[in-house]
Write a protein that binds this ligand. Sequence first.
Ligand SMILES: Cc1ncc(COP(=O)(O)O)c(C=O)c1O
Length: 394
Amino acid sequence: MYSDRLKRISVSPTQQITSETDNLKRQGIDVIDFGAGEPDFFTPKHIKESGIAAIQNNVTRYTPNRGVLELREAICEKYHKDYSLNSASDEVIVSAGGKQALFNVMMAVVNEGDEVISHTPGWPSIFEQIRLAGGRPIFVDTRAENGFKLDADSVVGAFTPLTRAIVINTPCNPTGAVVDPTVMEEISRVAHDADVWVILDLCYERLIYDGSGRDLLHIARDLNPDRTVLIGSLSKSFAMTGWRCGWAIGPKGLIDACNVIQGHSTSNACSISQKAAIAALSGPQEPVDEMREEYRKRRDFLLGRLSEDSRIRCNSPEGAFYLFPDITEILSHEGIRTSQNFSELLLKEFKVAVTPGEAFDSPGFLRLAYTAPIPRLSEGLDRIMNFISSVDRR
Ligand SMILES: Cc1ncc(COP(=O)(O)O)c(C=O)c1O
């Protein structure tokens, strides 16, 4: 009835939580939502106005498949300004979000049976896209006790003659960890020698709190120029998840290949979103800085609250907007056995949505998105702590 391809993958577990949460909200129930991986901020006004103007000016037709030239140039200019990265407009393709940009790349480089290395805990769509493209994901673990830092030796140790690509997500969803420049250097060198693609998912790149990890792009491109591709997006940094606008920047041959794939699937990203994207990238950048500073306050607030229970162990993430606490000491055979059960009961009994670590192949952990104002996060933490006290009494 359905294709074999579909049997390789499963529904996004993060989407399951989102739909259960939506169900409760639709019934008028007050759910505090740490589940959704998207900003609570509104898209900045000047960007929205540019979208509205695009509709009024009838920018409502197909655009070039790979995106309008003005936007591709704006993307090149932005990376040049921020990272002194030189790229030409024909090395850029605009897609319906970073997710589609990543999907195009996967379809363009992965053959049936190829191995693609990536790190866990990690964003499930990376692994499922590898499988959809016919590849086999090879998981390299990162560990809480090392701040979930990616280790070059583990990645290099996972290389085999079948290795086709490595996907690195930094800052990482769900851990917030940022890859160290020395690690990027080592991986890029080895990838270059082995003729392996390095796919850098930098969708949270504007949400790095301390300014480190910003020269990764340079390192990767300088050391492996013909086999490095970066994925970017407006979704997280500009609070534009619904606009669906992301991109890939890589060697012209790869971008041409992505263009062919996109040309037979979705064609161009939304024409209106492309206009808004130009306003986002070329206009004032203060809204991004303001949102990042607010995320930082929320991160610190939540870390403070979580530290009230010594059984919860949590790293301070360097980027993105997620905490990834280890709650194994709260779980037990007699009480709540898994982080999945913990999340289900927390939602059912205390109306707080969190994503269980199982969604990221990391049982015993929870992902908390701090995408709500501090008073709301505070109320959510009260409920979580009350839930934990009730668990202790069970
Ligand atoms: C690690 C990572 N990469 C890429 C994306 C894609 O985002 P979008 O398609 O909205 O640009 C997401 C979204 O959750 C993500 O978490």
